[in-house]
Design a protein around this ligand. Structure first.
Ligand code: FES
Length: 106
């Protein structure tokens, strides 16, 4: 399994909510957010409650962010790329919870 490059010389910056953040190739967006102490990635559509990384493997849809203007990107699956612009804290429709179940309730 390839290991992430931890050399600071090969790192780059991305933008998270308007702030430049240094990252390393191979990190996921979720890893960058959690490493910076950010627990909430989006808000629920009904009551605006915060949601963040839960499963970490792409199944719960709680970690959605806006990535380069595209809403609904699972931050736990998305490796960072040079020039990425990440927005958190927005209400993102997931389709989960349409029948009263799932983590998008509330
Ligand atoms: S944390 Fe569950 S899909 Fe990303």
């Amino acid at each position: 399994m390839p290991q992430p490059d931890h050399s600071p010389a090969t790192g780059f910056d991305i933008t998270v909510d308007g702030v430049r953040v240094p990252v390393r190739p191979g990190q996921t967006v979720a890893a960058v957010l959690l490493g910076g102490g950010r627990l909430a990635t989006r808000r629920t559509r009904i009551e605006g409650r915060p949601r963040g990384v839960f499963c970490g493997i792409g199944t719960c849809f709680d970690c959605l962010v806006v990535c380069n203007g595209e809403p609904g990107v699972r931050s736990c699956l998305r490796p960072v790329a040079p020039g990425d612009v990440i927005e958190t804290g927005t209400v993102i429709e997931t389709g989960v919870g349409a029948y009263g179940t799932g983590s998008d309730r509330g």
